[in-house]
Ligand binder design. Structure first.
Ligand code: C2E
Ligand code: MG
Ligand code: MG
Ligand code: MG
Length: 292
């Protein structure tokens, strides 16, 4: 009886595995077609400097404009792609589209920076820095300093030596690097010291609860002070209300991004949004009070 049960379990497991395998194959075939048919689209979320009330740049965030399912968020399809043969083609498409868009904005007098998320496998694929150089060469009118690459803190920890070397090679072209979801990767400070990133991006989970949870506030403050000691810029993501922004200003962080400032939007909506952007009056007051 026990033996029988055991065998059934094995069969079930194997059946499940076969099924999962062919589902993934199907999804990947569908993703290849989506690339061909240009169903992917970039949305852009503004990043602002609360000190001076200015938009400093935008983060490019991919979506899948699916003919039946509508706008599909990246969490629903990136995990299937990551590590597959489509990681690099999709990553290249994102870089190229973001640079093209940046060129259009700059030509129109809108001098934004753009941040692009780079997946762990893309960053660690052979020749990443050289390919980046080719992307930049195709858009020679854009100052490379306007391009920032966001990598997960955990990616940097995968192989600190290799990733740091890639960052250094990309630095030679003039682009900047941010460590995304910072604070969630359990990085030891000794490792972090070796990673030549320019920006720490405080993870939204700490920002969201910093108004009510003293431990989260403590983590936010610690990252800000770490950034200051290491000479890195600090930006907070997940700023859902103006009060979050105010608390961040008090803690010493002036760069912010989140639904409380703007949701990710289509490229065509960005210029209007920038023209209309008004910083919260309390942010400017807080800064003025501080300067007195
Ligand atoms: P991320 O890079 O940390 O981006 C921030 C995510 O939080 C975005 O979700 C954004 O829409 C969302 N967000 C922004 N402000 C707020 C807020 O105030 N509250 C809350 N609750 N959420 C906020 P999204 O667009 O669904 O992207 C999820 C993740 O997918 C990104 O996290 C990034 O890791 C990845 N991703 C997005 N686009 C790309 C891409 O083009 N390439 C790669 N490799 N990864 C991407
Ligand atoms: Mg990001
Ligand atoms: Mg993040
Ligand atoms: Mg995230």
């Amino acid at each position: 009886r026990a033996k029988e049960l055991g065998r059934n379990r094995v069969e079930l497991f194997e059946h499940g595995r076969v099924r999962a395998h062919s589902d993934r194959e199907n999804s990947l075939t569908r993703i290849e077609r989506a690339l061909d048919q240009q169903e992917f689209v970039l949305y852009y979320q503004p990043k602002v400097d609360m000190h001076v009330g200015r938009v400093v740049g935008v983060e490019a965030l991919i979506r899948w404009q699916h003919p039946q399912r509508g706008l599909v968020p990246p969490g629903d399809f990136l995990p299937v792609i990551e590590g597959s043969e489509f990681t690099v083609p999709l990553g290249d498409w994102v870089l190229e589209s973001a640079l093209k868009q940046l060129e259009t904005w700059h030509a129109a007098g809108l001098h934004l920076g753009v941040s692009v998320n780079i997946s762990p496998t893309h960053l660690q694929a052979p020749g990443f820095a050289e390919h980046l150089g080719e992307h930049l060469a195709r858009h020679a009118r854009i100052p490379p300093q306007c391009l920032e690459l966001e990598i997960l803190e955990s990616t940097a920890l995968d192989d600190v030596g290799y990733v740091s070397a890639v960052i250094t090679d990309c630095h030679d072209y003039g682009v900047r690097f941010a460590l995304d979801d910072f604070g969630t990767g359990f990085s030891s400070l000794a490792y972090l010291k070796g990673v030549p990133a320019d920006v720490l991006k405080i993870d939204q989970s700490f920002v969201r609860d910093m108004l009510t949870d003293r431990s989260d506030l403590a983590i936010v403050e610690a990252v800000i002070s770490l950034g200051r000691s290491f000479g890195k810029q600090v930006i907070a993501e997940g700023v859902e209300t103006p009060e979050h922004g105010l608390a961040l200003l008090h803690a010493g962080c002036q760069l912010a991004q989140g639904y409380g400032i703007a949701r990710p939007m289509p490229a065509a909506a960005v210029a209007d949004w920038v023209a209309r952007f008004q910083p919260d009056a309390r942010w400017l007051e807080a800064v003025a009070d501080h300067l007195e």
